[in-house]
Design a protein around this ligand. Sequence first.
Ligand SMILES: C[S@@+](CC[C@H](N)C(=O)[O-])C[C@H]1O[C@@H](n2cnc3c(N)ncnc32)[C@H](O)[C@@H]1O
Length: 214
Amino acid sequence: MAHPIFRLAARALNWPLRVLIRPYPRLNAVVWDLQYALGLWRYLDHGQDPTPLELARRVVPRPRVLDLGCGTTVNLALPADGYRHYHGVDISRAAIRRARSLRRPHTSFEAADLLSYHTAARYDAVLLREVLYYFTVDEAVGLLRRAAGFLDPGGQLLVWLYDVDSPAGAELLRALRGCGLAVHAELAAGRDRAGVVLALGAVGTADSNASSPS
Ligand SMILES: C[S@@+](CC[C@H](N)C(=O)[O-])C[C@H]1O[C@@H](n2cnc3c(N)ncnc32)[C@H](O)[C@@H]1O
C-alpha cells in the first residue's frame, strides 16, 4: 500500500499534472519515467498477485491478455502455462524496460499513451490496474469503450480501482458502472489491495451471477 504522505501528495498533484502535463504525451512519459527513477512506485513491486490472471482465466483457460498501464509487471503472477500471450502497454519506457527485463515467456511490451492507443489485435481479457485515475472521468470512460473494441466476443475488461472512497474515486466508479458496458461482476480487490475489481464486457453478455462487492 502507498505511504499515506505519498498518496496525499499524489492527490494534490493530480489536477495540475492532468492539466499541465497529460495533454503532452512526451512530457507525460518523462514525468512517469522520473517517478519510476525516484522509486516512487517501488512499493507496488512486492509480491506477485495471482488475481488478474485468475480472473482472465475465467474467460478462457489460456487467455490472450492485454495489460493497459502495465507498470513494471513485477507484481503480476504470470505462470508460463497460464496464458497464451501477454502484451503490456505503458507510457513509461522505464517501466517497460523493467518489465522486459523479467524475460517471461509469451510476453511482449510497448511504450504508448493510452489516450490514443489502438490495436488491431484481439484479446480475451484487457487489464486496467490502478490506471484510470490518471485521466478525466470522460477520458476514462472513452478509454474503456475503446478497450472494449480490443476484445474478442465474450472477452472481459478487468478494472482495478483502489480509491473508491474519495469523492473523485466514487465519481469514477459511478461513471464506470454506467458507461454502457455490461457489468459481469464487481468484486472486492482483496488481500492488501483495497477497492474493487469490475469485470465489464459488451452489452448483452453479462450473466445473472454478477457478484456484489463483499
Ligand atoms: C499506479 S501505476 C499502476 C501500474 C500497474 N498497473 C500496477 O497495478 O501495478 C500507473 C501506471 O499507469 C501508467 N500510465 C499513466 N498514464 C498513462 C498513459 N496516459 N498511457 C499509458 N500508461 C499510463 C504509468 O506509467 C504507471 O505505470
